[in-house]
Design a protein around this ligand. Structure first.
Ligand code: MG
Length: 369
C-alpha cells in the first residue's frame, strides 16, 4: 500500500514505539489549547448523547479549552449541527462546527478568483459553504447557461438526480477543478448502509477518468481548516475521534496529536487490524479521561505495564494482571504487548483472534449503552 517498503512487522513495531513515546505529567487537557472533536461515536451515537460527553466538553470549555466539532458530513449546515449539539446539552453555535463542505469551499477559494462560479453538486451544506467564502454556487440544472463553472464541489446530496451527475461530468470533461468533501463509501441508515459520497465520487471518476481532491478525513484539509478556526497551532491542538481509518489517520496526515476514544464504532482490537492506517497518540475509553491523569505504557522485562496493570502476549493469547489498574490502562498495556507480539510474528491466526476478544472484553461494560 502507498508504495511502502517496510513490512507489516516493522510498521507494527513502529506502532508500539509510538505508544511508548508519549508521556503526560497529568491530564491530557493540560497539554493542549484546542480540541478538534469528532461527533458520531464521540459526542453522540445516533440521536443520543454519549453518556457524560456533554458534561466533559462543557467543563473543558469552562477551563478555557477551545473546541470545534469537525464532521465529514457535508449535507448538514453548521447551524443544524450546532442545534443538534445544543439539544444534547452542549451549547454550540455555527462557528463551533467545521464541515467537510466548508473545508472544500476553502480549498477552492484558495485556487479560484473571488466570485468564481462553482457547480454545487450536493445538498444545502455545499451551496452555503461556497457562498460563505465568496464563490458563486451554481445548481446543476442551471449550469448550462452563463459562464461555465470553474470548479465542481461534490458532497452528499440526497436530492441529486442522474441529470445532475451528467452536468457535473460535462463540466469535469471540460476541465473544471474537482473537489470532493469526503470519500466515505457508505452512509449509515436505520436499515443498514446506503451509498455515501465516496460511492458517487467513484461513479464520476469512472466516467471522467480522473480523481478529485478529497478534503474530509482521513485527508488533512478538514483538520487544517479546524485548526485555523481554533486559532491554535498544530502542536497545541488535539484531534479526538473514534475511528482509526478516518479520525486518527486524518490527524496523522495533518500532523496533529490524536486521542482515540473507544466509545464509538472501533473496539480496542481494531488497532491490531489496521495499525498502518494511523496510530493514535493517546488511547482513552471515554472523553472524561481527558480530565484525568494519563498513565503511559512502559516496557518491562517480561511484558508491558500501564499504571498497576501488566500484560504479556503469548502465541495463545494475552496474560493479563489487572492489579489496581483501570480497564483502559490494561487495554493500553495489552495493545502494546499484542502489537509487539504481532510485529515479531509470535502472534498469528487463532492467537490473534483470542487477543482481540480479550482486549475488547476489557471494555465491554463501558462500551455498551
Ligand atoms: Mg465518529
Amino acid at each position: 500500500m502507498n508504495g511502502r517498503t517496510s513490512g507489516q512487522g516493522t510498521l507494527r513495531a513502529e506502532a508500539v514505539e509510538r505508544m511508548l513515546a508519549h508521556r503526560a505529567e497529568g491530564p491530557l487537557r493540560g497539554l493542549y489549547a484546542g480540541l478538534v472533536c469528532d461527533l458520531d461515536g464521540v459526542v453522540y451515537r445516533g440521536s443520543r448523547a454519549v453518556p457524560g460527553a456533554p458534561d466533559v466538553l462543557r467543563q473543558l470549555v469552562r477551563e478555557g479549552m477551545r473546541i470545534v466539532y469537525a464532521t465529514n458530513n457535508a449535507s448538514r449546515l453548521p447551524s443544524e449541527v450546532a442545534e443538534h449539539l445544543s439539544e444534547l446539552g452542549l451549547p454550540a453555535s455555527s462557528p463551533d462546527v467545521v464541515t467537510s463542505a466548508q473545508a472544500g469551499a476553502a480549498a477552492l477559494a484558495a485556487l479560484l478568483v473571488p466570485g468564481s462560479r462553482v457547480l454545487a453538486l450536493g445538498g444545502q451544506g455545499v451551496s452555503a459553504a461556497l457562498a460563505e467564502v465568496g464563490l458563486e454556487p451554481v445548481q446543476p440544472a442551471r449550469s448550462a447557461s452563463g459562464a461555465p463553472p470553474a470548479a465542481v464541489l461534490q458532497g452528499l446530496g440526497r436530492e441529486l438526480t442522474v441529470q445532475d451527475f451528467e452536468s457535473a461530468a460535462r463540466h469535469l470533461a471540460d476541465g473544471a477543478v474537482w473537489v470532493a468533501t469526503n470519500g466515505d463509501a457508505t452512509l449509515p441508515m436505520e436499515w443498514g448502509l446506503a451509498p455515501g459520497n465516496g460511492a458517487y465520487v467513484t461513479l464520476l471518476a469512472q466516467t471522467v477518468g480522473r480523481d478529485p481532491l478529497v478534503v474530509g478525513k482521513p485527508h488533512a484539509p478538514l483538520y487544517q481548516a479546524s485548526v485555523e478556526r481554533l486559532g491554535t497551532t498544530l502542536e497545541a491542538t488535539l484531534a479526538v475521534g473514534d475511528r482509526l481509518d478516518t479520525d486518527i489517520a486524518g490527524a496523522v496526515a495533518a500532523g496533529l496529536d490524536s486521542a482515540w476514544v473507544l466509545t464509538g464504532v472501533h473496539p480496542p482490537s481494531e488497532l491490531l487490524r489496521q495499525p498502518e492506517g494511523g496510530v493514535p497518540t493517546w488511547v482513552i475509553s471515554h472523553l472524561a479521561e481527558l480530565e484525568q491523569p494519563y498513565a503511559a505504557v512502559l516496557r518491562s522485562d517480561d511484558g508491558y505495564t500501564c499504571a498497576g496493570g501488566w500484560a504479556r502476549a503469548t502465541s495463545e493469547g494475552l496474560d493479563l494482571k489487572p492489579g489496581p489498574a483501570d480497564p483502559i490502562e490494561l487495554v493500553r498495556a495489552g495493545l502494546a504487548a499484542a502489537l509487539d507480539a504481532r510485529g515479531s510474528g509470535l502472534l498469528t491466526g487463532v492467537g490473534l483472534g483470542e487477543v482481540a476478544a480479550q482486549l475488547d472484553a476489557l471494555l465491554s461494560g463501558s462500551r455498551s449503552g
